[in-house]
Design a protein around this ligand. Structure first.
Ligand SMILES: Cc1cc2nc3c(=O)[nH]c(=O)nc-3n(C[C@H](O)[C@H](O)[C@H](O)COP(=O)(O)OP(=O)(O)OC[C@H]3O[C@@H](n4cnc5c(N)ncnc54)[C@H](O)[C@@H]3O)c2cc1C
Length: 373
């Protein structure tokens, strides 16, 4: 049983069903649905889509191709750097629906909309209770995969240690119509930074760009929306991105946002539940690799659970194998991404970063490659 049908849950479901296991995905919301995300798709996402035989269907959704990266601190100094791989941008509503549909065609059962509200484990059998529009249903299974994203009521019921931590990081996303923007290079992802905030902008379709930012209230103490207005004041290149004062238009657009994004450590197996994607750990968004990591961790969990079933590993041995392989695959990436994020959120760091990149253009490429090792 997989709780959550985002990229992590769908990838695990596709892999488990392809390996011949019986699998159910329980997803809280009806699809298509939108989520907070910069919607930049890294090389890892494309690799996973190809491995699922989904690349042609993905291209049919007309994703925007991205080949370059530009970091623009307050002083406006910037240069364009090749990503060194082919990236894309596509609305999450479309990507997540593509993946969940594939899980169904691979043989997974999808229960949706259904919110898991409690979990019990008796003699190594799990019972899940979920709220649906028709009442409460229960499901049983011998493995549970937690793919419910960075925060859910399940964390509280499992008494996960990080639940009470206040990080101060908040994120917000808008889909901005192209009429609001000056010439934006379709092949670039642009990161604008200022004290305590950075904002990523990339075209996500023919008619819209995703504007997504992370704000650190420990530094700027502002409501995230106002932090964006401050970025407009402090970073002239960001202001110049817009045709006219964007505040009246932005205030009318739908907002996808969240407070308290916790980037610290979490246990990747809790009460026998195998956590994948953001439920296992949230990677700093600046690396643009959260979706890739969610999909990779889903594929990893599916491989280990399949092996465990095949050779009859004990629950304890399966858990320790997953913890070991998860750490090997992601620890270094997580650490580097967090350091890059600190660098971009700190105004001094941001400006130094801009100067460094100006004088050592290969540094940007190295930064991008580092996070992908
Ligand atoms: C500001 C910001 C910008 C980002 N930008 C990017 C980017 O540009 N590129 C990138 O690769 N990554 C980015 N990320 C990270 C990326 O969004 C996440 O890493 C990714 O969505 C994780 O996928 P997931 O499947 O683990 O979780 P999610 O995508 O969050 O999916 C979890 C699913 O579980 C469901 N669910 C939750 N609780 C329950 C429940 N109790 N019962 C049933 N279902 C439940 C939810 O409805 C949801 O559909 C960004 C993150 C932030 C915060």
């Amino acid at each position: 049983m997989i709780i959550g049908g985002g990229p992590a849950g769908s990838s695990a479901a596709i892999s488990l069903a392809n390996n011949g296991l019986s699998v159910a995905v329980i997803e809280k919301r009806s699809f298509p649905r939108d989520v907070l995300c910069g919607e930049f798709l890294s090389h890892e996402v494309i690799f996973a889509l190809r491995s699922f035989g989904l690349f042609d269907e993905f291209l049919a959704l007309k994703p925007n191709r991205i080949t370059n990266f530009r970091f623009i601190p307050e002083n406006g100094s910037s240069a364009v750097h090749p990503l060194g791989f082919e990236g894309f941008a596509l609305k999450r509503s479309l990507l997540d629906q593509l993946l969940l549909k594939k899980a169904v065609s691979a043989g997974a059962t999808v229960v949706q909309p259904a919110e898991v509200v409690s979990l019990n484990r008796v003699n190594n059998i799990f019972e899940i209770l979920c709220k649906t529009p028709n009442g409460v249903n229960s499901y049983t299974g011998d493995f549970v995969v937690g793919a419910y994203g960075r925060q859910s009521i399940i964390d509280k019921s499992l008494k996960r240690k990080f639940v009470s931590s206040r990080s101060g990081y908040s994120g917000i996303k808008y889909h901005v119509p192209k009429e609001l923007l000056n010439n934006i290079s379709r092949d670039e992802i642009q990161i604008f930074s200022s004290n305590g905030i950075y904002c990523g902008v990339n075209c996500v379709s023919e008619s819209e760009s995703t504007l997504c930012f992370l704000s650190d209230r420990n530094i700027n103490q502002l409501d995230p929306k106002y932090a964006l207005y401050e970025l407009l004041e402090r970073n002239p290149a960001f202001k110049a991105l817009f045709f006219r004062d964007p505040i009246p238009a932005l205030s009318k657009l739908p907002v996808y946002g969240t407070g308290n994004i916790y980037f610290g450590k979490r246990d990747v197996v809790e009460n026998g539940i195998f956590m994948i994607g953001d439920a296992a750990r949230v990677i700093a968004p600046l690396a643009g690799d959260g979706i890739g990591m969610a999909m990779e961790s889903g594929i990893l969990a599916a491989r280990i659970l399949t092996e465990s079933k095949k050779i009859g590993l004990t629950a304890a041995a399966t858990e320790s194998l997953y913890k070991k392989e998860w750490k090997k695959l992601f620890s270094k990436r997580l650490r580097i991404a967090l350091n890059l994020q600190r660098f971009a959120l700190n105004s001094r760091g941001g400006n130094i970063g801009g100067q460094l990149i100006e004088h050592f253009p290969s540094l940007a490429e190295i930064m991008i490659r580092w996070t992908r090792r």
